[in-house]
Design a protein around this ligand. Structure first.
Ligand SMILES: C[S@@+](CC[C@H](N)C(=O)[O-])C[C@H]1O[C@@H](n2cnc3c(N)ncnc32)[C@H](O)[C@@H]1O
Length: 267
């Protein structure tokens, strides 16, 4: 295949990526045949897969709407993905045109596409960064240039942590984030869970091993522990479709696959 102009030269378009698979499922254009093939194959056994991804994206929009309406003007979106409909700065700046957003992703395509979209935007930028090296993210000059941690910041980790293995100690990394946040800050996350039939959970995890970022699904109680030190806002940690649903057409949880979402504040 030819190497499209927008593709960073280091990216191998024959290896699927979680960011591009997600992009395809939510209707984006920056994905390859290898990503689409993986979605088609997975959809044979998991026809609801693209709907789950779209539900996740809808949760992100509702969470940012909620946070911006609550007065949050700064957002750090870790694992932000390839830009597509309803990007965080677009949703937040509808409430407050001065809202500032830093996107962080490990995937070079996500970073390149975000950089192109934000080239003329003075209140949003993107950083290539790895959640598992959280100190480098939190001290990155571009993060510090745009975000003032003496004021409330909403940290978003939407559909990120299930790509992070326990060996990288995600709870400890979240603790490092909590330590730099000031009162009135927020943490919002969603996480695919292992609270389903073990054979179905194993099937999903096995499929994800074809990408460089395989899934690490966790039980709901473990996901809840990521909010330690924060206070969950209503309705707490719930199936993501049921987190403050609005007019969106919603996917009904089918018992086979669970994904949880919550938003919490720091006092
Ligand atoms: C499923 S997408 C979610 C995108 C967006 N947050 C959303 O919910 O619409 C997950 C993103 O996390 C990124 N990611 C995975 N592991 C990461 C890590 N260790 N650090 C930063 N980003 C990571 C992937 O590259 C991908 O873009």
């Amino acid at each position: 295949m030819t190497h499209p102009d927008w593709l960073p030269p280091t990216v191998d378009p024959t290896v699927p990526s979680a960011a591009r698979i997600y992009d395809y499922c939510v209707g984006g254009l920056h994905n390859f045949e290898v990503d689409r093939d993986m979605v088609r194959a997975a959809s044979q056994r998991w026809p609801e897969l693209p709907a789950i991804m779209r539900s996740n994206r809808a949760f992100l929009r509702r969470a940012v709407d909620y946070l911006a309406a609550a007065g949050v003007r700064q957002f750090l979106d870790i694992g932000s993905g390839i830009p597509t409909a309803g990007n965080v700065h677009e949703v937040a700046q509808r409430h407050n045109p001065d809202a500032r957003v830093v996107y962080v992703d490990i995937d070079p395509v996500a970073v390149a596409m975000s950089g192109a979209l934000l080239a003329d935007n003075r209140s949003a930028r993107v950083v290539q960064g790895d959640f598992t090296d959280i100190d480098a993210v939190l001290t990155h000059p571009d993060v510090r240039a745009l975000l003032d941690f003496d004021e409330p910041v909403a940290v978003l980790m939407v559909a990120l942590l299930h790509f992070v293995p326990d060996s990288a100690e995600p709870g400890t990394a979240i603790g490092r984030i909590r330590d730099v946040l000031s009162p009135g800050s927020y943490l919002a996350l969603s996480h695919f869970s292992s609270d389903g039939p073990p054979e179905d959970v194993a099937d999903v995890v096995a499929m994800s091993r074809a990408t460089p970022t395989p899934l690490h699904l966790r039980p709901g109680a473990r996901i809840a522990s990521f909010f330690d030190g924060f206070t969950l806002v209503e309705p707490g940690l719930v199936e993501l479709d049921t987190w403050r649903p609005d007019g969106d057409r919603s996917r009904t949880a089918n018992g086979r696959f669970h994904d949880y979402a919550g938003v919490a504040t720091l006092s």
